[in-house]
Design a protein around this ligand. Sequence first.
Ligand SMILES: Nc1ncnc2c1ncn2[C@@H]1O[C@H](COP(=O)(O)OP(=O)(O)OP(=O)(O)O)[C@@H](O)[C@H]1O
Ligand SMILES: [Mg+2]
Length: 244
Amino acid sequence: MTARATILPLEVSNLVYEAGGERLLHDVSFRLAAGTRTVVLGPNGAGKSLILRLCHGLLTPTMGEIRWGGDVRADPLRVRRQRAMVFQRPVLLRRSARGNVEHALKLRGVPRRERHALTDLALAQTGLAELGNRPARALSGGEQQRLALARAWATEPQLLFLDEPTANLDPAATRAVETLVDGFHAAGAKIVMTTHDLAQARRMADEILFIHRGRLLEHAPADRFFAAPAMPESRAFVAGELLW
Ligand SMILES: Nc1ncnc2c1ncn2[C@@H]1O[C@H](COP(=O)(O)OP(=O)(O)OP(=O)(O)O)[C@@H](O)[C@H]1O
Ligand SMILES: [Mg+2]
């Protein structure tokens, strides 16, 4: 198998997650194909971040299976290198903006001579070419989030997880992040993004996973989901009624 063998589809079967003596995810199953932008939608505390963290290998399921590329025996390290994750609050190292990107490439085993050019490209693509030498943590919130995207993108992931990537941003910075995500999608990356923001889900989603109180209530094409949500909870959510 080559290094770029596809890691998709992502198949999650009967996923259960428990912590602090509570069951936080109940029997979640879905299959995500390559190509589409999947938005994991649901109110605060529904379990959206948990699902992404489990899929990205940051948490271990209590029960259930997560299978990549149809292969139960897929090498976890190989699969891990084909995906990246961006968080609501960017986790940046105490070094320059370009140092953050170069470090991520180093961790992926990219040879030193290639790191520089890949970093330049990623910074240019995210509008940060002029800011490469600034301390990453001195950048504005919107710039930091673009740097997190540059860092994720430089590693050329097949799949990009984004957990509420614009929740702390103003409308202009939000638009910039959405445009970048669309660009990554156009370049072939699978996008899996959480949001509790209906308007953002309408703008970004090809398909919706609707999560409520730790359960997957609906997995549907976005058009269908917004036009005719099938469950009482998703109808209420789409109507803008408060849910928890
Ligand atoms: N380690 C833990 N111990 C106990 N409860 C936890 C733990 N991690 C998460 N939870 C709880 O699990 C539920 C789901 O959390 P999660 O962060 O996935 O929600 P979310 O859908 O991402 O919400 P938000 O929109 O606010 O980001 C929440 O009620 C949260 O408090
Ligand atoms: Mg969350």
